[in-house]
Design a protein around this ligand. Structure first.
Ligand SMILES: Cc1cc2nc3c(=O)[nH]c(=O)nc-3n(C[C@H](O)[C@H](O)[C@H](O)COP(=O)(O)OP(=O)(O)OC[C@H]3O[C@@H](n4cnc5c(N)ncnc54)[C@H](O)[C@@H]3O)c2cc1C
Length: 381
């Protein structure tokens, strides 16, 4: 394992950091209060090449390896304070685009990948239902073959990007008696008759990332939109969730770096009892722990990315990185509020927003408890 970066990688990282600082911080506080997505920022990311980072150049991607991709996502998290926007980007890439890039046939890749890479199309994934979250494969949505089409019926919930999505990768069962072996993954495009996008959910955090439910009432989808084969839905989901768990929190490393810098500045500048608060061990130890959590999280991320580049990453690696970084992120954001005292609790300082945004990282892409179950299972427990 060698984590020394090339000059090109470092130059690229710095260009992403500058881009994020200059282009992805537009009225974050106002948009957070209005739950408003940064559509202009999305287009700018597309032009910069963010959405296409890990996808093949022949389909409009940048062809970057996994380590370079997570390095760039980390820089986005450091440069941009819009965690919701970055979450939408990650959902689009790992949950929406990756299944198409990996399991799409040539026609599907030609049809969708260039737009997904250049920012002209937005995607997401819908597997969660009102009655099935952690137990995702027990889903109730059905899909039936009807001539040259598939017909979907059912309800999805908590679908990130659904209100702004041009296409969603939807999971449904062709035969519930077969359990996971009956699952299918199908791409449903915006405006397909029979698909209704519910009203935008009002969330605690990640408010600039639009989310809603989807309902399917005899929704007729062309058969050519099926990804893989009938019954390969579980394999497709497992593949994309492992990528998602491995990479989705790369931006959180950047967020933790940003929090660390903010807290050091504040602790040096704020004075109580005649000295800067950073001189109190109660404060300085919190910052020392932040730094330690940041570097251990970073190592785990790079190790998993390296394993992915080698084709050696396993489900346990993906779950460890997801579990560890989400817990580290939440603790770091909570400590940042404590260090900022009363001012950290006020919306105008934008310190509290990071806590609201961070908490969801222990829930999406499988809760912390589910990640620990996966890790324990791999240990034979
Ligand atoms: C911000 C955000 C974005 C999301 N985006 C998407 C998306 O784009 N697409 C999508 O399909 N879904 C999405 N989700 C849904 C997410 O995947 C689910 O919320 C998550 O998997 C948990 O399911 P649940 O909410 O039904 O909770 P439940 O499964 O009901 O769990 C409730 C509690 O019980 C615990 N629990 C459940 N089973 C076990 C077990 N076996 N062992 C130990 N504890 C257990 C859980 O850990 C949790 O604490 C998103 C959720 C959030 C918060």
């Amino acid at each position: 394992m060698d984590f020394s970066w090339t000059e090109d990688q470092l130059e690229f990282r710095n260009s992403v950091l500058d881009f994020a600082r200059n282009e992805l911080n537009n009225d974050v506080r106002g948009r957070d209060s209005r739950s408003e997505f940064d559509a202009e920022g999305w287009k700018k990311c597309g032009a910069f090449g963010i959405q296409g980072l890990p996808y093949p150049t022949e389909y409009g991607g940048q062809g970057a390896d996994v380590l370079t991709t997570v390095l760039a996502m980390e820089a986005l998290g450091q440069g941009s304070r819009d965690n919701g926007f970055l979450f939408s980007l990650n959902a689009h890439m790992w949950a929406g685009t990756t299944p198409i890039a990996r399991f799409g046939n040539e026609d599907q890749k030609q049809r969708w990948l260039p737009g997904l890479c250049d920012g002209s199309l937005i995607s997401g994934q819908a597997i969660t239902e009102p009655d099935t979250g952690s137990d995702a494969y027990a889903l109730h949505t059905t899909v039936k073959k009807d001539g040259d089409s598939f017909v979907l019926n059912g309800t999805k919930t908590y679908a990130t990007n659904a209100p702004i999505g041009d296409l969603m990768v939807v999971f449904a069962s062709i035969d519930r008696s077969k359990g996971w072996a009956g699952l299918c993954a199908i791409v449903v495009e915006k405006g397909t008759p029979g698909m209704e996008v519910e009203a935008h959910y009002d969330k605690m955090g990640l408010r600039t990332s639009p989310m809603s439910g989807l309902s399917f009432n005899d929704c007729v989808v062309p058969a050519e939109n099926l990804l893989g084969k009938v019954g390969s839905g579980m394999m497709i989901f497992n593949h994309s969730i492992e990528w998602e768990r491995s990479c989705i929190l790369a931006s959180a490393i950047g967020t933790m770096e940003r929090k660390l810098e903010e807290c050091i500045d504040y602790a040096n500048q704020r004075e109580q009892f005649g000295q800067s608060i950073g001189k109190f061990q109660g404060v300085s130890h919190k910052i020392a722990e932040m730094k330690t959590r940041l570097e251990t999280s970073r190592l785990l991320l790079y190790r998993t990315a390296w394993l992915r580049d080698q084709g050696k990453a396993k489900a346990i690696d993906a779950s460890m990185v997801k579990y560890y970084i989400s817990e580290a992120l939440v603790q770091t954001c909570l400590d940042a509020v404590q260090i900022h005292g009363g001012s950290g609790y006020m919306t105008e300082t934008e310190v509290e927003r990071d806590v609201r945004d961070a908490l969801s990282s222990k829930i999406y892409s499988g809760t912390s408890e589910i990640q620990l179950n996966v890790i324990a299972r791999h240990l034979g427990l």
